[in-house]
Write a protein that binds this ligand. Sequence first.
Ligand code: ARG
Ligand code: ZN
Length: 874
Amino acid sequence: KIVYLQDYKPSDYLIPKTEMWVDFSPERTQITTDLHIERRAGVEAGTPLELDGEQVELVSIAIGDDVLGAGQYELSENGLKLLDPPQSFVLSTVVEVAPEKNKSLEGLYRSSGNWCTQCEAEGFRRITYFIDRPDVMSVFTVKMVADKDLAPVLLSNGNPMDKGEMSNNRHFALWHDPHPKPCYLFAMVAGKLDKISEKFTTKSGKNVDLNIYAEPGKAELCRYAMDALVRSMKWDEERFGCEYDLDVFNIVAVSDFNAGAMENKGLNIFNDKYVLADPATATDQDYALIERIIAHEYFHNYTGNRVTCRDWFQLCLKEGLTVFRDQEFSSDERFRDVERIDDVKGLRQSQFVEDSGPLAHPPRPSQYEQIDNFYTSTVYEKGAEVVRMLMTLLGKQTFHEGVDLYLDRHDGEAATIEQFIKCFEDVSGRDLSQFQKWYTQAGRPRVSYSTSYAAEQKLFTLVLKQEVPPTPGDDEKSPLVLPIRFGLVSNNGEDLTWEHAEGAEVQDDLIVTNEDEVTVTFHGVSSAPVVSLFRGFSAPVTLDTKASLEEDLHRARLDSDPFNRWESLQSAIMNIVAPAMDVDGPELDIELLEPVAVALSQTLDSQNLSPAFKALCLKLPTYQDYTQRLGQNIDPDRIKTVRQKVSEVVADKLRGQLVTLYSTLHLPDDYQPNAEQSGMRDLRNQALSLLATLKEGQLFELVERHYREARNMTDRQAALAIMCANAPDRAVELLDDFKRNYTEAMTVYDKWLGLNASIDDAQTIDRIKRLMDDDRFSLETPNRVYALFGAFTQGNPTQFARADGAGFELIADVILQIDQFNPQVAGRFAVAFRIWKNYESKRREAARAALERIKQSEKISPNLSEMVNKTLGG
Ligand code: ARG
Ligand code: ZN
């Protein structure tokens, strides 16, 4: 069943108040709910009331004191209906649910013996009957009752009001959340948990108790998360003026969780891999992700919770804005330039791929079948880019006035993208109607440009063209508003000035255009510049870089914008290399790489660049970068061969420098996961990684020593990854050692799974099947699945996309198995096939066969069926 944005109408009934009484017991949990229901003003009497409810067993139902008999309501698989409810009444229901049997990890379920919930998007209807849509907001009071030994900890949203002992070794806790909220933000946790605590004083002097709970024995691993939380709370006050609004803020880390984390009001629930960390088990990257996700969920307290979404089409209203906020947080806490490059790499790796394939959709879609399939990188990461463009367009100050107005005007409401944009129009006086198309149009502009310089007139001319290629089901595209940060780079790297510019809106370092084609002329430019466009990646477009190698290298060496320095180096390499990856392409001419190697070498030698930035430059373009560039007829083996060759050539040219770098870059003994140290470790590991592609015995000795002497997980994992990529036989031995000595923590076990799955050799498929039989592996725990099969489908493209189809078939089998109990995860994994049409014919047919087999299977979930049909058909 397809849901359309245009069909939105407000709910006929509202539920201003909800009281719940939840009795946990090992076999069943009983939920008694009083809904204070009111017919919305203007709605006719006699309008039926439909409540959502799935997989809940109704025990009794009453209006006030009148118990309803069978004829007084209609019960179905999806809910219950009251045909002629009064204008204002209390509906009491008693239902039972079976969390022990719930493997979908939606609604109420058990993880390692503890009860927890996940309601977004539509999980609350698996806990009790309710109007499960985000614009129905209610004040919740929850009384939780459980056995004291089974569940000493009882948590829900809001503030703790009361707790006490009961008979039969039972106890209770009463929670009240004064902020009206949609039911997707409801949460409960009951179980045996340890915690660490901290106090936070808000800027107006309010004291808040902070707690992070984890499974017994794991609380100490939450220290870094707590530190990140405190910094997030402070930052949100300073940068956005957002002050925390309850007496307590609780986080619970659980080991079975479909997504990364969830922003339930006052009770965030996390996938524990985004909470637990110490230097022995977590890498620098893990720390950075924890910091970010802690911040992300905390920031939702305003962008998402205080102002929520009118309907699920508006998902990017909260997610895009909140991702933007977490990106800004990381940039303020770490190195802004490096964060930006990393974020853009991530965007290209997932959102660009999504956008170029059968699943392309706008940040705000206008129809969906299963909303859970729309928690995509387009909604999240592209959504964040659109918010960033608003800031670029309006300037930081006006942008912040707009956000302030939005949070103020819509506080306590469920809002839309239009209302959000209106706030920025109101503070800036600018018409943003065309800008808004960024939210509603799928695909991304392809921008090309040409330049000329007339020395006598000191005239520089820039012609810009944009074109938005069609996406499935949408060929009519209109041009978008492009904020283009730019500079005219002189011979010596300084930005040239000009007297005046015409042809488009040009202000300082920003060009704004909204046309298919525009010619901008700059008067009074003293010498011929190399133009640097989309500095800082100021708009999510594909820039056709037909730029000459000299131009790219000029920017790579001299651009004052670090993003474009990095970008130009990458693009120089891709321009040389990509043609050789084409199935009918020429051989790689390695001579051409010489000047690029020189530029890289200069980058490494530079005194002004940070180790973190240099490390990014040493990461040569990825497999996905090339598949994006090639577009079609992709042969992963060929890409792999050419990439290997490129690394070898570059490594050979930089050999001396890399060896010196590796052996002389010294880190402090005291491990800190901060940006400085992370950058240094990254650079050192990148140097080793590039060297190892030379595949020399001596270098492998060095890698092995790096593994043995590693004093933190970052270096240890890096050594293993290098070995997996370059010497499968030696990697297999090291991985045995790693398993024996380090994998007690499940987070490390997952690294072991992923490393194994990344090995590309004749045993790959068998190895993965063996791993699936390992005692600690289970398809029921999403983290195991993401670790093993994520590394396989994303990190081992030559084996996943084998020409004989064995990789596709394996993943199809796994998806079908998981779909039997966890449709959300099955649906997510189907995206592994989204580029199937871009393969060369043999692989294309093999992928199609695997997809068809999933499609033809009996009893597949609506989630999976939507994904597979779109992937095949789009
Ligand atoms: N709102 C959560 C977050 O960003 C993610 C919830 C995911 N839910 C889902 N059904 N996929 O922060
Ligand atoms: Zn979010």
